[in-house]
Design a protein around this ligand. Structure first.
Ligand code: FAD
Length: 423
């Protein structure tokens, strides 16, 4: 009987979970190792966020999920999203009046979709859990890897009893293929660098981000207005500020996940005032209308209570080593979020990777006694060749789109171009 391959996936984020699903559908033994505890456990805090946030999901990501061989996944995704048909630009006219201007994304009315990142991730984990050839290992941190001997080491943190410090032990695991989907600070990528001459470029842009919330309508009077949303649910809302911006993405419950993007120096200025008295006037001046959507006390509490996080852009090449390792998602190409494509591109990596692995497996079945590792080595080399230029291009586009979102949407040239396009 043909020997099953053992695929280990590092990281159970959206990209790692989709990669595990693709691998499991092909009948191989799949093990998923995740640093944190199970996301579905209410005590697990979502990575980087106080609660799960909403992301923009586009055709790139939807298509990857459509090809995962699990109709239930795509049904869930399409049922749990809110279409955003354009961006809504918020501003103030010279006479002081507030305005909103809808800029449609597509002349045919097509939309991008707002989706809850945690909800999507949990759905993927639920589907994986039902598959007999998938095993989860939560609270397992990849600490070492030998890609020639196909061995990996994990630090497992265990709490033996109440009030006890967690104790760490190490486990050793064999594998045929390791898929590294362990995010921007990837341990898989770090170990890969010892085995291959990896070109690597990392840039922190001078922008920090912090999360805020617009709550749903609450009063009975508000509810009678026929919507639980305080602003249009079918737009990605932008308050452009030239050097900084505030955005809001709708959630199913009527709330909006909002983000302040601004230079580190501005964050320092606002942080220097411990009682937060600078924050509401700053929002009032630069993001007209926001203080009537988020009460001042909540603005101050979110600014001081939520983390202020940097934005990193990473390019590297190759994305694989031999037949034993490949990196996908943020591990291979973390990008700034302004193009809304980080997760989408990571999901697309998975579709392309498995398309290429399948193509080589089919070709090699034609030759008797084909060596699976040799076939996989050819496939991974092709994957790097195909995917690296695209990953680099989307990283660049994401950087460029920050200028578009925070400034160009206001420029007369932009308006003229849009006018001509639509005429
Ligand atoms: P992650 O989501 O980072 O998951 C990696 C997993 O690996 C984590 O669960 C982590 O715990 C685990 N891990 C890490 N180290 C180890 C280790 N040593 N051992 C084991 N496990 C490990 N993308 C979009 O497509 N659309 C958007 O609108 C969008 N908006 C964004 C807004 C903001 C503010 C930010 C910051 C990002 C946004 N993104 C967006 C990008 C998106 O969040 C990421 O691209 C996506 O989460 C990457 O998924 P991933 O699975 O590759 O990595």
């Amino acid at each position: 009987m043909e020997k099953k391959q053992k695929i280990i996936v590092i990281g159970a984020g959206p990209v790692g979970s989709l990669a595990a699903l693709y691998a499991a559908n092909r009948g191989d033994d799949v093990e998923i190792y995740e640093l944190r505890s199970d996301l579905r456990d209410p005590s697990t805090t979502p990575l980087n966020f106080t609660k799960s946030i909403n992301l923009a999901l586009s055709e790139r990501g939807i298509n990857a999920m459509r090809h995962a061989g699990q109709p239930r996944l795509i049904e869930h995704v399409m049922g749990a999203t809110i279409p955003m048909r354009g961006r809504m630009i918020h501003g103030r006219r010279a006479n002081g009046d507030l305005y909103e201007e809808s800029q449609e994304y597509d002349v045919y009315g097509r939309s991008i979709l707002a989706i809850d990142r945690g909800g999507l991730n949990k759905r993927l984990l639920d589907i994986l859990e039902e598959m007999p050839n998938v095993t989860f290992f939560f609270s397992h941190k990849l600490s070492g890897a030998d890609f020639r001997k196909n061995k990996a080491w994990f630090e497992v943190r265990e709490i033996k009893g109440a009030n006890q410090e967690p104790r760490a032990r190490e486990v050793e695991v064999d594998f045929d293929l390791m898929i590294g989907a362990d995010g921007a600070h990837s341990a898989v990528r770090y170990h890969l660098m010892k085995y291959t001459r990896m070109d690597y470029q990392q840039v922190y842009i001078d922008t920090m981000w912090c999360e805020f919330q617009i709550q749903p309508k609450t009063t009975a009077a508000d509810a009678s207005l026929n919507s639980k949303f305080l602003i249009s649910p079918n737009h990605l809302h932008i308050w452009p500020g030239k050097e900084f911006m505030f955005i809001a993405i709708p959630s199913d419950d009527g709330s909006f996940t909002c983000t302040l993007f601004a230079p580190a120096g501005l964050y320092e200025q606002l942080e220097s005032d411990p009682i937060g008295s600078l924050i509401p006037p700053f929002f009032d001046k630069h993001f007209p209308g926001v203080t009537s959507l988020i009460p001042s006390a909540e603005l101050i509490a979110s600014f001081h209570g939520n983390p202020h996080l940097p934005l990193i852009s990473i390019k590297c090449k190759p994305h694989h080593y031999g037949s034993s390792a490949v990196i996908v998602g943020d591990a291979a190409h973390a990008m700034v979020p302004f193009y809304g494509q980080g997760m989408n591109a990571g999901l697309e990596d998975v579709r392309i990777l498995f398309d290429i692995l399948d193509k080589h497996a089919r070709m090699d079945e034609l030759s008797a006694g084909a060596d699976k590792a040799a076939s996989r080595e050819r496939a991974l080399a092709e994957y790097t060749a195909v995917r690296v230029p695209d990953a680099h291009a989307i990283n660049d586009l994401a950087l460029q789109n920050y200028v578009e979102m925070r400034a160009s949407v206001l420029s007369p040239v932009y308006r003229l171009r849009k006018f001509l396009e639509e005429a």
